[in-house]
Ligand binder design. Structure first.
Ligand code: DSN
Length: 425
């Protein structure tokens, strides 16, 4: 059969866009050939509902080995005792955790979406805020840092069953020990969603929540540089401290509850091609060269943040310890929406983002979020950050000047066009 030219021409066009542009969306990355080949492999043909060794379909001998390797590598990477690698996404992983730990109407305490949190941490437009009863903590206005006093105050007033930490737009490390103390005082479980900084945690560049948090979820496609997908992990000695049950059954281990919440609770057949790609990514993340990559991501972000500050931009919390930064661009007289839309004309991709205490709606926003995982995968180093920030600044400060935007686009294409999409260099 001949190739579907309509679709494959579009795939080629998207490849060209990725090759020539500056990809600064903090949650995106470029994967290795091994990850790409696994996702495009014959494993997509296989049904394997269940877990390795306990499937509802025949012919799972090989995929059992693949999924077991993925689990073993993941546990080694983070020092986890148990993992489930089947969630199709980070949102699916969080849905499974909430299903395993809560009953409809139970209280949860999450990081406010408009302060940097995530939809699945209790937003009213998401299942987590519709099915459960959400309360929030945010950042302190003066510092832009997580307000742990507020977390404690709300927790002691509301007694949530689950406290969720982790963020989509927060550039500092978390105090997991402090969160555990608060959770223990009110009898709550903790879910740490490390989707964004997972790679920095895996390589010891940020603190590891598995030491203090009962359950940890992540996506696999951001700093972890794997295929799009989710994971759930458990640390040591946190097995079901409050004796949760599954469907009025006997108390079960937390691992059994979470497994059941993934399948059959929220998903059907696992994507074994994606699980193989996750295993490849975890294998890569266990290498020294991945640690070199993550250090470069962190260094690039720190230097980039400094360059923005030098040009008069306000970074929430004043800088970054991880791969990302949230920039308040109000001082430049531009909204997040206009910045995103104009930067893309110069082949620079960022996303508009609310800043804490924003007066604009989520569709407009006063900020942009920027991250370095993707450009670092293309070999960009810290000595190129001044040039990249100058290009972004030139667009933002000339938002209506089509000639200047066209000039920036040419410079962006020159800077990026000759590089491979993925390199270890
Ligand atoms: N969409 C992800 C991000 O960009 O951070 C969160 O789900």
């Amino acid at each position: 059969m001949s190739k579907d030219t309509q679709i494959f021409n579009l795939i080629d066009a998207e490849k060209e866009r990725q090759l020539h542009g500056l990809e600064l969306i903090a949650s995106e990355n470029f994967v290795s050939d091994g990850v790409m080949e696994s996702v495009g492999s014959v494993l997509t043909n296989k049904y394997a509902e269940g877990l390795p060794g306990k499937r509802y379909y025949g012919g799972c001998k090989i995929v059992d080995q693949i999924e077991t390797l993925a689990i073993d590598r993941l546990c080694k990477l983070f020092g986890a005792e148990w993992a489930n690698v089947q969630p199709h996404s980070g949102a699916q992983a969080n849905a499974a955790v909430l299903l395993a730990c809560l009953n409809p109407g139970d209280k949860i305490l999450g990081f406010d979406l408009s302060h940097g949190g995530h939809l699945t941490h209790g937003s009213p437009v998401n299942f987590s805020g519709k099915i459960y009863d959400p309360y929030f903590y945010g950042v302190k206005k003066e510092t832009g840092l997580v307000d742990y006093e507020m977390m404690e105050e709300v927790a002691k007033k509301e007694f949530p069953k689950l406290i969720i930490c982790g963020a989509s737009a927060y550039s500092r490390d978390w105090d997991y020990m402090r969160i555990r103390k608060i959770a223990d005082e009110v009898g709550a479980l903790i879910l740490a969603d490390i989707s964004h900084p997972a790679g920095l945690i895996a390589t010891g560049l940020l603190s590891n929540p598995l030491e203090y948090c009962h359950i940890v979820t992540s996506t696999t496609h951001k700093t972890l540089r794997g295929p799009r997908g989710g994971i759930i992990m458990l640390g040591k000695n946190f097995d079901n401290p409050y004796g949760l049950k599954w469907k009025n059954g006997n108390p079960k281990s937390m691992a059994a509850l979470l497994d059941a919440a993934v399948f059959p609770g929220t998903q059907g057949g696992p994507l074994e091609h994606v699980i193989a790609a996750k295993a490849v990514a975890f294998g890569e993340a266990l290498t020294d060269r991945y640690k070199v990559y993550m250090k470069q991501v962190q260094k690039n972000a720190a230097v980039m943040a400094d360059e923005f500050v030098k040009r008069g931009y306000s970074i929430i919390s004043g800088g970054t310890d991880n791969h990302s930064m949230l920039i308040d661009i109000r001082s430049k007289g531009v909204t997040g929406k206009d910045a995103e839309n104009t930067l893309v004309k110069a082949d620079i991709t960022v996303n508009k983002n609310m800043v804490p205490f924003d007066t604009e709606s989520p569709f407009i926003t006063s900020g942009i979020r920027i991250g370095t995982p993707a450009i670092t995968s293309r070999g960009v180093k810290e000595n190129e950050m001044a040039q990249i920030v100058e290009l972004i600044d030139r667009v933002i400060t000339n938002i209506d000047n089509h000639t200047i935007i066209a000039e920036v686009k040419i410079e962006v294409n020159k800077l990026m066009g000759h590089r491979p999409l993925f390199t270890w260099e």
